[in-house]
Design a binder for this molecule. Structure first.
Ligand code: NAP
Length: 260
């Protein structure tokens, strides 16, 4: 495949954790990747080098996904470098700084989580969707996909992080809305719902989940790893799952499987 034919994926929050696992899987599959994060580029030299070692062209875009004003510059940089964008993976997200009980949680934490986890990706999807529609009109063979990374928290109620749960439930509806809207343009929209994945986000609650996993929290008795989510996103982003727009894929080792 010539360089001009290579598909390009933007993975928000692709500099570490689940997002990096997704970027690595897409790079290994032959896509060029744009990763985004909040840190300055020299701080992410290592993940960038690893992606390049897989044969991918890599662009790093420093941007706060919650800041809509940052989106334009990021997409301009992608246009300038690649002239195309085939895949958007809305992965960047944050947990509350403090896990606070519903009776104590603050509006500031609520607003922060909505801004980064829901409002930002929702409007980034709008901007990318407009560009994908243009690309599709110019080339009927253009094969796009949008994948939202939500969480089991979209459906499982945790009373010490209601803000997080509501933001992820919102991502679930955003998936359905964008899937419904973009069908006519041949852009499928999917959602992956990770369970307990070993990353920096869960580093502070290792003991809690070690114990819950030992007690049977999941059917598959282990922590999830970013590669588990990466494999799922490759399937969704490369057109291997057909006639399935709006599909939700749990990557949770059976955590949400109803058992009696
Ligand atoms: P993580 O290890 O904390 O990594 C977060 C990534 O997102 C980093 O690349 C970070 O960039 C980036 N990021 C954070 N805030 C951002 C912002 N405002 N703008 C742009 N980039 C931002 O998190 P993770 O565990 O990989 O989680 C990734 C996604 O999966 C999140 O949406 C999370 O809610 C979801 N999820 C995680 C789990 C889990 O168990 N870990 C389970 C279900 C769902 P910097 O490196 O620059 O800070």
């Amino acid at each position: 495949m010539s360089k001009a034919d290579r598909r390009v994926a933007l993975v928000t929050g692709g500099s570490r954790g689940i997002g990096f696992g997704v970027a690595r899987a897409l790079a290994a599959e032959g896509l060029d990747v744009v990763i985004n994060g909040r840190r300055p580029e020299p701080d992410v030299a290592e993940p960038i080098a690893e992606l390049r070692s897989l044969g991918a062209q890599v662009l790093y875009c420093r941007a706060d996904i919650g800041e809509l004003a940052d989106h334009g510059a990021m997409l301009d940089a992608i246009r300038g470098r690649f002239g195309r964008l085939d895949v958007l993976v809305n992965n960047a997200g944050v947990a509350p700084d403090v896990r606070a009980d519903l009776l104590d949680a603050t509006p500031e934490s609520f607003d922060r989580l909505m801004r980064i986890n829901l409002r930002g990706p929702y409007f980034l999807t709008q901007a990318v969707a407009r560009w994908m529609i243009e690309q599709r009109k110019a080339d009927q063979g253009f094969q796009a996909a949008i994948v939202n990374v939500s969480s089991v928290s979209a459906t499982e109620a945790s009373v010490n992080r209601g803000d997080y749960c509501i933001s992820k439930a919102g991502v679930g509806m955003a998936t359905q809305l964008w899937a419904a809207r973009l069908g006519e343009f041949g852009v499928p929209v999917f959602e992956v719902r990770p369970g307990v994945i070993r990353t920096d986000m869960t580093a502070g609650v290792t003991d809690k989940y070690d114990k819950l996993l030992a007690e049977g929290l999941t059917v598959e008795p282990r922590w999830g790893v970013p590669e588990d989510v990466g494999r799922a996103v490759v399937v969704l982003a490369t057109g291997k799952l057909t006639y399935a727009t709006g599909a939700v894929l749990p990557i949770d080792g059976g955590l949400t499987l109803r058992r009696l």
